[in-house]
Ligand binder design. Sequence first.
Ligand code: SF4
Ligand code: SF4
Length: 430
Amino acid sequence: MEFQKLPPVKEQIMKCVRCGKCRSVCPVFEQIRNETAAPRGHVFMVGMLRDGIVEPKQEVYEKLGNCLLCETCSVNCPSGIDIHELNAAARSYIYDKNPSAGKELIFDTMWTRPGFLRTTTMLMGGVQKLGLQTLARNMGLTKILPGDMPKAEKIMTSVPTRSARKQIPKFNRAKGEKKYTVGYFLGCATDLLNPEIAKATVNILTHFGCDVIIPKDMKCCGMPHIANGKMDTARNLMAHNVKIFNSYNLDYIISDCASCSSALAHKNVEFLLGGLKIEDEAFKFSDKVMDLTTFLVEVLDIKLPDKNVTKKTRVTYHDPCHLANAQGIKDAPRELLRRIPEVELVEMPGANTCCGGSGTYSLTHYDLSMKILDKKMDRAMSTGAAKLATCCPSCTMQLKYGTVRSHWDCEVVHPVVLANRSLQQSLVKK
Ligand code: SF4
Ligand code: SF4
């Protein structure tokens, strides 16, 4: 698709009144203090690209690529400009003119084939266990990795030996009276790196009356592709997932990952597929998509068994940008935490500021990402919490690394895992 025709670039840019509100909230601008790193600067740059004043060169991509796509600017822009969408569309336009073999390998060959991605990730896990990663690091082999990867490989969490898919069947029957049939969009990071979240999700959903189907052939939600200038691949992935999920008779499509639910939501479908033939089918799909915590609190209205808990655990909550900014969901995860008898929810200052993880950002912009992370950790630690809850695997990975950097003995955990623990303890006691 031609850049000029993408979500009304011209109309969006013309709405900018240069007020600078976006600049004042941008976590990257706060660190870099340069207009080329500011959202307002990005809007101008996209305008110049569109008008051919600026060439679609790699240097321009690097400038736009400094952005986390956290959407803080977009939700604060008084003119309602989707600044992050302009940025993503421009990245894709520039990437198409400057393709890279490394990105093709990662984002087209690996990340579009779940089996291949699973095998590669499991091999990484094997390498970690054999200690070869440490050996490779000591020999300096990691220095040949691209971008900031040599520094960033420390962030990678250890890979579980069995993915969620290997542990959970495709069809999971509701316990007791059935209320809904839900499709579970099991994202790559939950599947491969956080299977305990997937197991908790399925346990809770089935316990509260849902048949849960995990379609075998689903693929990545496409969010990593959008962030890395691969919008055509993201479109193909979306079209594939729409077809797969629409072949089932589902009441809802649930995701426990903030990035997946935002990638599959109506707004992003419009951004990616608006005006294309598949649009109607895609909206049928996206209108069923719901974030897990919203579904548990607002649709199922779950109540966890009451207990006499003498000492509650202090838990603080970090808002993933893809949940709070992209979907406006802040209350549901907190409400779910409040419904867990063992939990005392304590707010941290700036809970909805970005942690600097943003998918692959911490791997490609390590130093900048760490500055943003350290600020987040100071705020989280000020609560004295014993657990840090969040609903995004990318934030989870980043925050776990933050606890290590800050020497903070704190578990980073998805609210559904805490809810499931509470439920399982009650069932055992019965
Ligand atoms: S907040 Fe919106 S209108 Fe104001 S400078 Fe930024 S993009 Fe332009
Ligand atoms: S999306 Fe986030 S990082 Fe990017 S320009 Fe907007 S506020 Fe800054």
